[in-house]
Design a protein around this ligand. Sequence first.
Ligand code: SF4
Length: 277
Amino acid sequence: MSDDADDRPDEPSRNISGGPGGGETVVPGDDGEPETRAEAVVDELGGMYWQKAYGGQDGFECLVRTILSQNTSDKASQPAHDSLMERFGGDEADLAERLADAAQDELAETIAAAGLYNRKSETIIRLANRVVDEYGGEEGFDEFVKADDPDEVRDALLDMKGVGPKTADCVLLFSGGRGGVFPVDTHVHRIARRMGLAPADADHEQVRQAIEAAVPPEKCGFGHTAMIQFGREYCTAREPACLDGPEACPLVEHCDQVGVDELAGDVVDPAEVVADD
Ligand code: SF4
């Protein structure tokens, strides 16, 4: 791990985590040897990028932000989030009430930058109505997310149409500040299986369970965001850095390279390796 935290980059400013201001820098309490390979990987990622504790975002805004980020990049969803907040947010307004009453075509136009705007606007209006009906609005929902039992919060979120495991886990992490939550997006799903941190044919839920069981709770949040950054910079879907040789990847010593054939220059999804056995 890097000894000099000042050399590390900030999180990208356009990030669902809130970017550089979206969490507090922390140094995890244990300085001992990692107990699992997944923990060793997260320690390395923390050294390369950042070690932060998340939490504190408004629960409903975080939910909306995560819906906007589905099937697109943070770079595309951030302007949609900003436009939505400009049009429907504000200090005096209850965001959930405003969005529950929004005209769908107006909301769709506002969030167009995020793509899939018809579906996303429908989902946001439906969720806003549910939050108003069940929690009385933004504030009640925020209290629920931050104070109730995390398993109950996760179940309640998953019960909402349009909310999948990654969205629920992002709300638990970035709003609830819950430890031990490692949301699995497409980068984490790919990298964990390539490295051998989870079975090659594991689905998103199985990857989440494998990583959360192997990484200490206080390291899961930054493990998630830093692994995404690593996926953008090194272990990309089609051209993982190790195709240029083992020295091109700083995590090669922890990696099984499942589905990556350095010599042939071939890359397949790890699940295909299992299917071929
Ligand atoms: S060695 Fe290759 S497959 Fe493994 S993490 Fe690095 S870039 Fe990804």
